[in-house]
Design a protein around this ligand. Structure first.
Ligand code: AMP
Length: 431
C-alpha cells in the first residue's frame, strides 16, 4: 500500500461532559433541519455517544478514525455528515462505503436510504467493487468526495488488502475519509497512515468490555451431549429469539437440520450459502418468522439484529475476541440478554482465555441433568435423520454439480421431520 506523506498520528476528540452529552440534539451537532427530521422519524430522539463525538468533526471536514462497534450508532455517525454535505453539493457517486460482508453493506444502505428518503438519496450495493472498476465500462470513481471503510479491521483480516490498495489508487486523494474499526490492529494503523489525512480519533467503547445487561453463563458438558443440552436450553428458554454459533458451515447446517427435525423453527446462515439465501435467512429471523438462527462467525460481527435474547456458543470460539462479538449480538441498545457458552473437555483452555480477556469468571448455567437425559433418545433419532439429510444433499449436489452455495436448504427438510415420531418435542413449554 502506498504510504502517504501526511501521516500524523491522530488527535483525540475532546470528550464532552456527561450533562452536555445528555442534552445534545442533532441540531446542536450541526445537522441540517431536513436530516434532523429524518432522525426524528426513525425514532432517534437524541444522538448516541459516537455521533456526538464524530458528527461535528466530520462536518468541519476532518478525517475520522472511529473506534466503535455496531450497535453504537456508528452508521449514523458517518451517514449524517455525508448526507449533510451531499445536500450542499448534490452529485452522483458522492460517497463510497466499503464493508467486509454484503449483509453489512445492505444494512448500511438501508440506513442511508431511511435517513435520505425525503431528499431522494439512492444507494447501491454492487458486490465486489473491484469487479465493477475492472469490468463495467464507463464506471469510475473520479468524482468521489467521501470514502468510508467500515469494520476496517475485518476488511483487512479477510485479506482484502490488495483490493483496498487498488481502490485507493483510483479515487481522488482530495476527499474525506472515515475509518471505523472495532479494534485497532497493526494493519489498520498502516491503512490509516496510507489513506487518512490528519485524522481525529473518536473512541466510545472501552476495549473488550461486554455490556452490563448481558448475563453470561457457561455450561461444562461432555462433547457427546452438546446436541441434547442445546435442545434442553431451547426448550427451557422457549419464547425467546436465539442465535446459536457453530464453528463450521457443516455443523451449522447439521444442527439446523437436527433442530428442524425436532420441530424448532431454526434456520442456518453460513458462508457456503448463496448470497440470496443468506439474506433470506437473515430476513426471516429478523422478521421473527424463525426463532433460532444457527450461524458461523460470518454473523458474529456487524449485523444489527435487534431482538436476539439469547446467544448460545454451541462451539466455543477459537479466537477469544470473537466471543465478544458473538455475545454482542444480544443485550443491545439497553435491552437485557443472556449468553451461554458450551465448554467441553476439549475447550477448557480456550474458555480460560475468554475469561481472562473479559476479566471475569462466569457462573454456570443451571440445568436439571435428569431432565436433559430424558431427551437423549429423541435427539439421537433426530441426529440420525440430520446426518441422512446432509448425506442426501451431498450426493444430490455431486450428481447435479450444484454450486456449493445451494447446500443450505434446511427448509426442505420437512419430509425428514415428519419421519420423527410426533414431529415436536413432548417437553416443549410455552410454544
Ligand atoms: P449501528 O451501530 O450503526 O449499526 O446502529 C445500531 C442501531 O442503532 C441501528 O438500528 C440504528 O437504527 C440505531 N440508531 C442509530 N443512531 C441512533 C440514535 N441516535 N438513537 C436511537 N437509535 C439509533
Amino acid at each position: 500500500m502506498a504510504a502517504s506523506e501526511e501521516h500524523d498520528s491522530p488527535t483525540e476528540a475532546p470528550q464532552p461532559q456527561v450533562e452536555e452529552e445528555e442534552t445534545k440534539t442533532f441540531k446542536d451537532l450541526g445537522v441540517t433541519d431536513v436530516l434532523c427530521e429524518a432522525c426524528d422519524q426513525l425514532g432517534w430522539t437524541k444522538p448516541t455517544k459516537i455521533q456526538i463525538e464524530a458528527i461535528p468533526l466530520a462536518l468541519q471536514g476532518r478525517d475520522i478514525i472511529g473506534l466503535a462497534e455496531t450497535g453504537s450508532g456508528k452508521t449514523g455517525a458517518f451517514a449524517l455528515p455525508i448526507l449533510n454535505a451531499l445536500l450542499e453539493t448534490p452529485q452522483r457517486l458522492f460517497a463510497l462505503v466499503l464493508t467486509p460482508t454484503r449483509e453489512l453493506a445492505f444494512q448500511i444502505s438501508e440506513q442511508f436510504e431511511a435517513l435520505g428518503s425525503s431528499i431522494g438519496v439512492q444507494s447501491a450495493t454492487p458486490g465486489r467493487l473491484i469487479d465493477h472498476l475492472e469490468n463495467t465500462k464507463g464506471f469510475n470513481l473520479r468524482a468521489l468526495k467521501y470514502l468510508v471503510m467500515d469494520e476496517a479491521d475485518r476488511i483487512l483480516n479477510m485479506d482484502f488488502e490488495t483490493e483496498v490498495d487498488k481502490i485507493l489508487k483510483v479515487i481522488p486523494r482530495d476527499r474525506k475519509t472515515f475509518l471505523f474499526s472495532a479494534t485497532m490492529t497493526k494493519k489498520v494503523q498502516k491503512l490509516q497512515r496510507a489513506a487518512l489525512k490528519n485524522p481525529v480519533k473518536c473512541a466510545v467503547s472501552s476495549k473488550y468490555q461486554t455490556v452490563e445487561k448481558l448475563q453470561q453463563y457457561y455450561l461444562f458438558i461432555p462433547s457427546k451431549f452438546k446436541d441434547t443440552y442445546l435442545v434442553y436450553i431451547l426448550n427451557e428458554l422457549a419464547g425467546n429469539s436465539f442465535m446459536v454459533f457453530c464453528s463450521t458451515c457443516n455443523n451449522t447446517q447439521r444442527t439446523a437440520l437436527l433442530l428442524r427435525n425436532l420441530g424448532f423453527t431454526a434456520i442456518p446462515l453460513h458462508g457456503q450459502m448463496s448470497q440470496t439465501k443468506r439474506l433470506g435467512s437473515l430476513n426471516k429471523f429478523k422478521a421473527k418468522a424463525r426463532s433460532i438462527l444457527l450461524a458461523t462467525d460470518v454473523a458474529s460481527r456487524g449485523l444489527d439484529i435487534p431482538h436476539v435474547d439469547v446467544v448460545v456458543n454451541f462451539d466455543i470460539p477459537t479466537h477469544s475476541k470473537d466471543y465478544i462479538h458473538r455475545v454482542g449480538r444480544t443485550a443491545r441498545a439497553g435491552r437485557s440478554g443472556k449468553s451461554i457458552t458450551f465448554v467441553t473437555q476439549y475447550d477448557v483452555e480456550l474458555f480460560q482465555r475468554i475469561e481472562h480477556l473479559i476479566g471475569k469468571k462466569l457462573p454456570v448455567f443451571p440445568t436439571q441433568d435428569e431432565e436433559v437425559m430424558m431427551l437423549t433418545e429423541r435427539v439421537a433419532e433426530a441426529q440420525r435423520f440430520a446426518r441422512m439429510e446432509l448425506r442426501e444433499h451431498g450426493e444430490k449436489k455431486k450428481r447435479s454439480r450444484e454450486d456449493a452455495g445451494d447446500n443450505d436448504d434446511t427448509e426442505g427438510a420437512i419430509g425428514v421431520r415428519n419421519k420423527v415420531a410426533g414431529g415436536k418435542m413432548k417437553k416443549r413449554k410455552g410454544r
